[in-house]
Design a protein around this ligand. Structure first.
Ligand code: ADP
Ligand code: ZN
Length: 714
């Protein structure tokens, strides 16, 4: 126990928050939860990822007498959590199967002596009679059960050992327990309460919203890989992200392909062997800007705060899975993207997998229901966040303004007649064919196969020429997603009518569908990197470099030294002494002592240096640059100096190259236009002006292209 000098528990908790963590105040319900636990109550905490769950048990652990036992499902990540705590001077340890007998002994002794604030234990370890026995003799502060949704048998993260955790209530009735999760629909919440015997616990529901995550679900237009590349290059170049794929083969292929495009992309799946998987995960956590391409087996418990995007090249099986996976983006609260490309084949594959499942009926129905909800989310034309939150019984009473449907509302159309054609074509061909064949019949293609079956004689042959084949495939996808068609389970992909199709076929029900998105070169997003463009780039970079050196020395991820947000605040406020530095959020007593002087020295030495760079520029260029800074346009400068506009731009490009001018000083395009041009350069084989000029349909002047090219190469 630390800091007993404050009399009331609430004061003690705030004192811990400020001195140990360096944070000013509790967020949302944190204070109440902490207070409740400190006073011995049980709690179930539902809080979104990044909401600050850890402090809810860590602070009480420090305020209450004895050790807090933290049950966490992933052994591999315990070490990271413990290291992060130790950075703040907190006495934390873990027990797992990777330790030697001597190490285990040391930890157990510390526990018995009351020398630990927190002890992380895997559930299977906790349940061992010897461990329980040990605990019954140790001074305990509380039990924290992290990722409590693992107790749910229907969930995708089910861990059988979690069910046995109810024993804690029986063996230690007087020790407070706190269960925490970021994903639990109503059913799962009830399951947690029942299985962990938390009937008496107070439920704290902070909702599930992750306002900093922008949700986007796009159609796989047959080139999902390229769509992904475009998305990364446009919005997240050099940033950390996770790409999910369904199969190992696809993971390897996509990782390989992204690597050929100059990215650090590492595969992660069960087929890689433990050592390589571990190594890739470490690199993802420790290096900047690594992309992990993974099957869904990657990510639970990943605490990396600066994952800027999560991309899905597959369709998750449920909204819970989607929410859990996308939730790994932006834990630090800064803008992040959840991006997905999905298409007809995804729907077919998942439906078939379900059809072939040997699970019992009740479970099959539930899985079916969950997939339907996921498909519904994909085909939605209104706010995605509202729908997501509604699924978790959480209400958002206005559209969010930060999802694709809010930002660019999709057009919808009355698809009743087209759907009738599509459905009756299924019927007329005997409900034995797949979508590709059906589309060919609708379009009246001349094919031997069609004539052999005599389908060139049926009434739906050639009646669908008003749509092209991509549009028909989209339509089929949409009506399959809505359950109007059923996919056969044998795996041939043939479709059959369901009862739901009848009212549409008979014209009793109208069908409104979203229009296929136009393929657009323009990016819908924005660069989410928030700080690298901060006022003082030199200082920002110097601070990051210093952080990296410290992290490497200790073999820990850079964010454990300080988060980006803390460095950004240093850049902005430029504290002049240790006392001022200590007031920055995220700098507690221990870190101030360990790292304060080092960072302060850099701030004092580097600050302001951005203002005096003028090297390497000849006088005539410097003259043009200074006229621009006086507010004159390049054209004005040209006529004033009796030089050509091209020459002036060449001068200004020198200014961009040496950092004296920002791109936006020289050209006045919006971000989307700039991105479009940058992308054209990235796609061009040789980077030559002419090719890029033509690729952009001559829309932009050569001088503009030059300026952007220069800005890309610095
Ligand atoms: P969760 O476990 O809910 O995903 P974390 O506990 O990892 O979230 O917290 C997310 C981030 O927010 C962490 O970087 C944490 O240090 C920070 N944080 C949590 N509570 C506060 C607070 N009261 N003030 C400032 N930062 C906080
Ligand atoms: Zn929205």
């Amino acid at each position: 126990m630390l800091h007993t000098d404050t009399s009331k528990p609430a004061d003690a908790a705030l004192h811990v928050l400020q001195t140990i963590y360096g944070y000013d105040a509790f967020r949302n319900q944190q204070a109440e939860i902490v207070d409740h636990l400190v006073n011995g109550g049980d709690a179930l905490v539902l809080m979104p990822t990044g909401g600050g769950k850890s402090l809810c048990f860590q602070v009480p652990a420090l305020v209450r007498e004895g050790t807090a036992i933290v049950v966490s499902p992933l052994i591999a990540l315990m070490q990271d959590q413990v290291m992060a705590l130790r950075q703040n001077g907190i006495r934390a340890s873990f027990l797992n199967s990777s330790q030697t007998a001597m190490e285990v002994n040391g930890v157990e002794t510390a526990l018995m002596n009351g020398d630990l604030d927190l002890l992380y234990v895997a559930p299977e370890r906790l349940m061992m009679p010897r461990m329980l026995d040990l605990l019954s003799r140790a001074p305990l502060a509380l039990f924290a059960i992290d990722e409590a949704h693992c107790v749910s048998q229907w969930g995708h993260d089910f861990r059988p050992e979690y069910i046995k955790l109810s024993i804690l209530h029986e063996r230690f009735p007087d020790i407070p327990r706190i269960a925490l999760t970021a994903t639990a629909d109503g059913t799962t919440q009830r399951e947690i309460i029942e299985r962990l015997s938390l009937q008496e616990a107070r439920v704290f529901n902070d909702g599930f919203d992750r306002p900093n995550i922008r949700y986007r679900i796009t159609e796989n237009q047959g080139n999902a890989r390229e769509q992904l590349l475009r998305f990364i290059l446009n919005e997240h170049e050099g940033e950390a992200g996770i790409v999910y794929c369904l199969s190992r083969k696809r993971v390897d292929e996509v990782a390989q392909w992204l690597s050929t495009k100059g990215m650090t992309a590492l595969p992660y799946h069960a087929g890689l062997g433990n050592e390589m998987r571990q190594q890739h995960q470490e690199r993802f956590l420790r290096e900047d800007g690594v992309i992990i391409v993974a099957t869904i087996a990657f990510g639970m418990g990943i605490d990396k705060p600066d994952v800027r995007f999560v991309a899905h090249l597959n369709l998750p099986k449920s909204i819970e899975a989607y929410y859990q996976e996308t939730g790994r983006a932006g834990r630090d609260g800064l803008p992040a993207d959840a991006w997905m490309a999905y298409g007809l084949q995804d729907v077919i594959t998942l439906r078939q997998m379900q059809g072939n499942s040997t699970a019992e009926e009740g479970r099959k129905r539930l899985e079916q229901h969950k997939l339907d909800a996921m498909l519904g989310l994909c085909e939605l034309a209104t706010c995605r966040r509202q729908a997501l939150l509604r699924y978790f019984d959480d209400n958002l009473d206005h559209p969010c303004g930060n999802c694709d449907n809010c930002l660019t509302p999709p057009e919808t159309w009355d698809a009743t007649v087209a759907a009738q054609k599509a459905l009756s074509c299924v019927y007329r061909t005997g409900q034995r064919f797949g979508v590709s064949y059906l589309v060919d019949v609708l379009l009246g293609k001349e094919q031997d196969r069609i004539s052999q079956f005599g389908h060139d004689k049926i009434s739906t042959y050639g009646i669908g020429t008003e749509l092209n084949s991509t549009e028909w495939r989209t339509l089929y996808r949409q009506i399959i997603a809505r359950g109007l068609l059923h996919i056969d389970v044998e795996g041939h992909g043939s479709v059959q009518l369901t009862d739901t199709a009848r009212p549409v076929l008979k014209g009793e029900e109208q069908l409104t569908l979203r229009k296929m998105a136009k393929i657009s070169k323009k990016s819908q997003g924005r660069k989410t990197r928030t700080f690298s463009g901060a006022a003082n780039n030199t200082l920002w970079d110097a601070l990051r470099d210093h952080r990296k050196i410290l992290a490497t020395e200790q073999s820990i991820p850079a964010y454990m030294i300080f988060h980006d947000a803390t460095l950004a605040e240093m850049t902005e406020r430029q504290p002049q002494n240790l006392e001022q530095l200590g007031r920055i959020s995220g700098i507690g007593e221990r870190k101030l002592e360990a790292y304060g002087q080092g960072f302060l020295d850099i701030i004092l030495a580097t600050a302001g240096s951005d203002n005096d760079q003028n090297d390497g520029i000849n006088d005539t260029a410097a003259n043009s640059i200074s006229l621009l800074k006086q507010g004159k346009s390049p054209e004005d400068i040209a006529s004033e100096r009796k030089l050509s506009t091209n020459t002036i731009y060449a001068h200004l490009c020198q200014g961009i190259a040496n950092g004296e001018l920002a791109l936006s000083d020289v050209i006045s395009l919006n971000e989307t236009q700039i991105k479009e041009i940058q992308f054209a350069f990235e796609l061009s084989e040789d980077g030559k002006m002419k090719g890029v000029f033509e690729a952009l349909d001559g829309e932009y002047d050569y001088n503009i292209l030059k300026a952007i090219k220069v800005s890309l190469s610095i």
